[in-house]
Design a protein around this ligand. Structure first.
Ligand SMILES: Cc1cc2nc3c(=O)[nH]c(=O)nc-3n(C[C@H](O)[C@H](O)[C@H](O)COP(=O)(O)OP(=O)(O)OC[C@H]3O[C@@H](n4cnc5c(N)ncnc54)[C@H](O)[C@@H]3O)c2cc1C
Length: 408
């Protein structure tokens, strides 16, 4: 009889763990509470499916901040080159954007997921959807609603974080680990800003292109978007962990936006020295500073709120007071999860031999840029390899260290 494994959670981490275990000849059953698999993965595909990033691996690893040391062995063993090779082997060629981010050429997840599911079907992976994991049976087997009778030889938990709960990962699993979890918190999230009614009505939904954001000594260039409740988007997400932590400890945080990072303060002072004459402020800023309507709106909002610096300084360093992070259910990802000290180096739970954890349910966070999916996949590969070792089952050739572009 082959060994059996339960993989709980059919997101990218769970499906990757299932693939490796099944390739090794393990009889795998994947459980998920939702009626279909990979819902958040498909949602990530709506933004182009940024799979990973092309920057040098050492810099890449720095993106995981304090979790770098923990994740490094898994990511070195299944680095971006391995993820790209895997994606291309499923018939999805990739391309690298000007920012260094890597996407499948089709810029969506559905063809990749379809090909992946057909590979898993070929490996006889069984799926039990609409099955919610609710804890452990007295004999140590995972318990589900509705109940099942299986007692797998190994279990991989890949239950995801707490963002976008309607896609399946609602974070309720944390109740099963009262002493092992760092609280789930929003990561890569927007922030609330007390916009005036006028500004909100006029500019909610407008993009702020090619801006720079400064917080403390950190400057980040990119894009953002005004929302009815505040501000979100790449440049905000990049600093969101820091901003969230600062707000938690010290209350509202003020960031500064440079609305024209391509022009120096001197160039602005010169451009804005031209007499305004009968022009409205808005026409003057559009002509002399080349500002978009939403950027002009921000300048006017700041002046309305009492900013008394000259226009040039305001355009180069517009203060914006961020009140709170937006709730976790609207964040791209979550921080927190199962802590490093409760799993061993193969991601096996120390107090539950034979049970492994992978993906976003582990306590790490990273900015957007492909770092999330890369760590989801890499920890899944590591946990599945750990499970095979624990079952004393040989690794399938395709997943032995040294194959798939692993860095030795
Ligand atoms: C809008 C959006 C865009 C994104 N874009 C990108 C991107 O471009 N690049 C990137 O790197 N990352 C992106 N991400 C993040 C990425 O999608 C996640 O990091 C990834 O899906 C996490 O994978 P996972 O397998 O760990 O968990 P999930 O994908 O969350 O899967 C967990 C699964 O577990 C199931 N589950 C949860 N609890 C239970 C239970 N009790 N019983 C049974 N099943 C359960 C859920 O239904 C779910 O199917 C994006 C996220 C969002 C929301």
């Amino acid at each position: 009889m082959p060994s059996t494994a339960a993989v709980i959670g059919a997101g990218p981490a769970g499906l990757m763990a299932a693939e490796i275990l099944a390739t090794a000849g393990i009889a795998v059953t994947v459980y998920d509470r939702m009626p279909s698999v990979g819902r958040k993965f498909l949602m990530a595909g709506r933004g182009g499916l940024n799979l990973t990033h092309s920057e040098p691996l050492d810099r890449f690893l720095d993106r995981y901040g304090t979790a770098r040391d923990w994740l490094e062995p898994a990511i070195r063993a299944f680095p971006p080159t391995a993820l790209i090779a895997w994606c291309e082997a499923l018939g999805q060629p990739i391309f690298t954007g000007t920012s260094g981010r890597i996407f499948p050429k089709v810029m969506k997840a559905s063809p990749l997921l379809r090909a992946w599911l057909s590979r898993l079907a070929g490996l006889n992976v069984a799926f039990r959807l609409r099955h919610t994991w609710i804890g452990w049976s007295p004999n140590g087997a995972p318990r589900f609603d509705p109940a099942t009778n299986e007692k797998p030889d190994a279990t991989i938990l890949a239950l995801g974080g707490g963002s976008w709960p309607r896609l399946g990962s609602d974070g309720t699993w944390v109740a099963q680990f009262p002493d092992a979890v760092a609280p789930l918190r929003p990561s890569n999230c927007g922030f609330t800003v007390a916009w005036s009614d006028h500004f909100r009505a006029r500019f909610a939904g407008h993009p702020l292109k090619r801006i720079a954001l400064r917080f403390d000594a950190i400057v980040q260039r990119g894009e953002a978007a005004i929302t009815a409740t505040g501000i979100e988007g790449g440049v905000i997400y990049a600093l969101s962990a820091m901003l969230r932590d600062r707000i938690e400890t010290a209350g509202p945080a003020t960031i500064h936006l440079d609305l024209r990072p391509d022009l120096s303060p001197e160039q602005f002072t010169e451009r804005l020295a031209t007499p305004r004459r009968a022009q409205s402020l808005s026409a003057f800023l559009r002509k002399q500073a080349g500002l978009s309507p939403v950027a002009i709106g921000l300048v006017q909002e700041a002046r309305h709120n009492g900013a008394d610096t000259d226009l040039a300084s305001l355009i180069k360093a517009l203060p914006l007071r961020l009140l709170t992070p937006r709730p976790i259910d609207r964040a791209i990802s979550s921080a927190g999860g199962l802590r490093k000290d409760v799993v061993d180096e193969t991601f096996m739970l120390r107090d539950r031999p034979g049970v492994f954890a992978a993906g976003e349910m582990l306590d790490w966070e990273a900015p957007t840029g492909g770092y999330l999916l890369q760590a989801d996949f890499a920890t899944a590969v590591a946990a599945a390899r750990g499970a095979l070792a624990w079952l004393e089952h040989p690794l399938p050739p395709a997943y032995r260290p040294g194959d798939q572009g692993e860095v030795q």
